[in-house]
Design a protein. Sequence first.
Length: 592
Amino acid sequence: MSDLKRGLSEAVGAAFADLGLPAELARVTASDRPDLADFQSNGALAAAKRVGKNPREIATAVAGRLGADSRLAAVEVAGPGFINMKVTDGALSARATEIAADPRLGAEPVAVPRRVLIDYAGPNVAKPMHVGHLRSSIIGESLKRLYRFRGDTVLGDAHFGDWGYQMGLLIGAVTDERPAIGAVVEAANAAGVPPADISAFEAVSLADLDRLYPEAAARGKADTDYRDRARKITAALQAKQAGYYALWERFRDVTRVALERDFHALGVDFDLWKGESDVEDLIDPMVAELDAKGLLIDDQGARIIRVAREGDKRELPPLLVVSSEGSAMYGTTDLATILDRKQSFDPERVIYCVDQRQADHFEIVFRAAYLAGYAQEGQLEHVGFGTMNGADGKPFKTREGGVLKLGDMIEMTREKARERLHEVGLGESLPPAEFEAIAGKVAVAALKFADLQNFRGTSYVFDLDRFTSFEGKTGPYLLYQAVRVKSLLRRAADEGVAAGPVAVIKPAERDLVLTLDAFNSALVEAYDRCAPNAVAEHAYRLSQAFSKFYAACPILSAEPAVRASRLTLAATALAQLEQALDVLGIGVPERM
RNA sequence: GCGCCCUUAGCUCAACCGGAUAGAGCACCUGCCUUCUAAGCAGGCGGUUGCAGGUUCGAGUCCUGCAGGGCGCGCCA
């Protein structure tokens, strides 16, 4: 079951092959000139260039061979050699009926499913998430759903930043501030067994950690004695000394509870909560192995892997595996994580959904991984994204100039969603719990759609008023459209009206079916380019096409056969819209 | 200094391998609710795609240079 676009591509490709031209040039796309055609192929232009013939002649010959295709109502050659195709109402009706019956709503799965791991969000112990985590979470979640929907076996990993020097700093700061905790930790360290009673640890909250960490980090920079002490604690923690390790577990657990609350509110979830600590034990053997492979080079007291390649425009720095002080670095952990993933899941593709600014870092780590044989060239991909900016065009800050916590941003958006709902008097008759659930969905839709409608690589401006508006190209608008159809379908069910085969009559119906048919190519494009904005764009177009259809074509009051056809169209548009929104990580309420 | 990215309508953003008349939304203007949710629909206004060259039948897209903005450049993560 293929979409019209692909079906026509095959037909045009066959015509090309008949003429001795490369069939792969025969790509059919939605027409740029809907006034002239439904679909077009520019292949004759490309073929003409390749074989040195007149493009119009080729186009005319191809058009002649397409004339017999029963799906086509008209084939014309236009301009320098465009092949314009108009499909019959019958072909559209058949395609619509097909999509309506398809549990995948017209989307084809990938030909060869792969094992894919998506590394996103990247929260840290002791630090609440802030707006910087928003994009990674939203985009990564969407990619996970997109890949999964296309048929791959996908794991999402939060890649928890839970290890390293900052943990030593924090343990020092907490034990200093709370002697009772310090005493428990010291006793356990001395005894070499985990503390029996850790009730003292319960006094440590995420807010404490969040407050203490910046202070400790600043002091660590200024005060060498303090820094040395933190390093010693770090080393002891990494050696799993009982007291430190127990306190660290408390840090990790208290942080994770808060993180999961934020992720839940955002509609983001993970299959894996692997952290840096999980690969700690792999590091020493890995370093030994890298050494045995002859990849490690001593340089300025450190041990590095050189990753520069011929043809590089500039010299890429090496991967620093072991620092001059003997400790593992950021990149070392990343490399060990690649090894760990190979040994556990053996992914054929790993996507790192991380800020664009880390592009060099990942390039270095990936090259090292390829050299080490931990992954095959090209399997690792950094999917970078731009920043979310404030109205001033600079990375988003609160009015006070601070970093906005993700939880606060979500609550801010929910509050705005409640206001918006009240403004238009919606949902007020619903039970408070349902109203609150709707406000939550409106908020998530607002944030996610605002982000995902932009190509991930570019930065965008955060504007809550605009994002939460029910008018225009927004998440709430899409929810409204979906809910409106649900209401219609409920009414149809109440009246006992049944859906039936689609028969396209009006232009608005044609356009709606053409849009439904374009779902697959939107998914393919999003998949190939790791660009969920293609799906967001499709969801919006579908909503618009439905809305036009809804305004132009009465449904329940139409005569029975027309009514049955239109009900199928409405139900299919809704199902596909919900599926597209689901890929974006956006859920739709039943009513509003 | 070297490297990467960005600059498209008043504002916020699209534009798949180079293709026809560069698209949406917001804002502004004109119509349409006794009929399925008007949070909508129909229409209008708005562009020398930062600047200057080049390649091409054809350039927002490719190449060169310039201007402006952002980011990165081994012992933080």
